[in-house]
Design a protein around this ligand. Sequence first.
Ligand SMILES: Nc1ncnc2c1ncn2[C@@H]1O[C@H](COP(=O)(O)OP(=O)(O)O)[C@@H](O)[C@H]1O
Ligand SMILES: [Mg+2]
Length: 406
Amino acid sequence: MTEALHREVLDDVRARLVTQGPRESGRGPGGPGALGGREVARRAGRGRLAAAVAAREGPAGVLGAEGVLGVTAALAAQITGAGPLQELVDEPGVTDVLVNGAHEVWVDRGHGLVRLPPRTARLGSEDDLRALAVRLAAAAGRRLDDASPFVDAQLPDGVRLHAALPPLSPAGTLLSLRVPRRTAFTLDELVAARSVPPAWGPVLRALVTRRASFLVTGGTGSGKTTVLSTLLGLADPAERLLLVEDGGELVPDHPHVVRLVTRHGNVEGAGRVDLVDLVRQALRMRPDRIVVGEVRGAEVRELLAALNTGHEGGAGTVHANTAADVPARLEALGALAGLGREALAAQAVSAVQVVVHLRRRAGHREMAEIAVLERDERRALTVTTALGPRGRGPGFARLQALTGAV
Ligand SMILES: Nc1ncnc2c1ncn2[C@@H]1O[C@H](COP(=O)(O)OP(=O)(O)O)[C@@H](O)[C@H]1O
Ligand SMILES: [Mg+2]
């Protein structure tokens, strides 16, 4: 069955369940409209799901018995969410839920990882946990089994899922759930949370409105995607933002956002659409800004080329543990795209003006420095601090020129 048909049937069945309402419990106060489709379906149970799928299918039988089962399973996976972990995922402030086998669950509520007392998550046995992992993968439209024992995907509600099965993980099934914020932080909120020094606010604002191109850098989980969302929200509402991403992680508060997301291919790799393809497409879609959610491969070449051919105001995030690591990281990415060191340096300094570096220390996420990207006397790429923990750095004058001396 084609993916489009599959989706069409799922949507139709979901709509049916919502309009029919829960059969067993009768209609609650306010009628069926008061219940979300998810809640209705949760009450409905698997039997009613299968019946609804069969009803949608009608006598023509395009799906076949196996198809009905497949659609039912996919729908059940979608509507029952993360099972026993859903409560944790829904808890306000939770950023990560990590399961290391059936007896070990860690949660980050924004202040670092904390281990839950044993059995509080009610995961059941290792078999139950494995079944949950498989179900979650199915909800993301992916397979998880002995033949493909890892999955990295996005769940329908935006949660990022990574799963690994034994024996690759001897401790049992591993789940890593990254919970996205549903709305971006405002710049004022980041300042209030002491993640951005108050004096840097106007500089960041000017950087965006003056359409400098910038990279947000930092280690894993340092808040790069979050800060990029915040900064994009400062862009002129009249601009058209084209976001190119692996999953839909960026949530800028902006009226005109167009999103393109990559697609995994089938087992042979057919149908795969990667970031390189997407950046090329984005260029033809009349963007005012091109944004690559996370630059981690050969798409660096397309992004830099775009920013060097009249597409200013572009942005992206790049993994780097320190600001000083950024040039080497860019060179490594350039090498993946066949760009030598010299070519990469030439492209990068003319494409990207500013690096905003983040760090995470003892659970606290903060902006560590705002720097300018330059070439040193040996023509090597360097990141020169403009504003850092000790105030102004040697790159300050250049930053001031870019931001109009705020
Ligand atoms: N300044 C902050 N204060 C509190 N939580 C934050 C902050 N920045 C990010 N987070 C949270 O931390 C998690 C990781 O942030 P994210 O932006 O995805 O990091 P990265 O892109 O660097 O991996 C997210 O759940 C996010 O909501
Ligand atoms: Mg990120």
